[in-house]
Write a protein that binds this ligand. Sequence first.
Ligand SMILES: [Zn+2]
Length: 82
Amino acid sequence: MDFRGHDSRLTRAWYYSRMYHEAQVNCPYCGEEFTAFVDLSQGNHRTVEDCYVCCRPIEFLIESDGQKLHRVATFTDDESVL
Ligand SMILES: [Zn+2]
């Protein structure tokens, strides 16, 4: 097990929590609820983060006006509408 990699993820999450909006989302694969950190300054955008429980790639669809978060939707890779 690579503890160093795990630590860097935690450090990154802590850092992001100070400048990013927190959103509660559910993993579309395993259903686990967790907190995602959303960069509102990017406005409407998509991003992909691996689920920390099942490690599968979750696609996030984020709707924001740059200051407020309007919606966060999660999709599996297969559901991608890109
Ligand atoms: Zn999952």
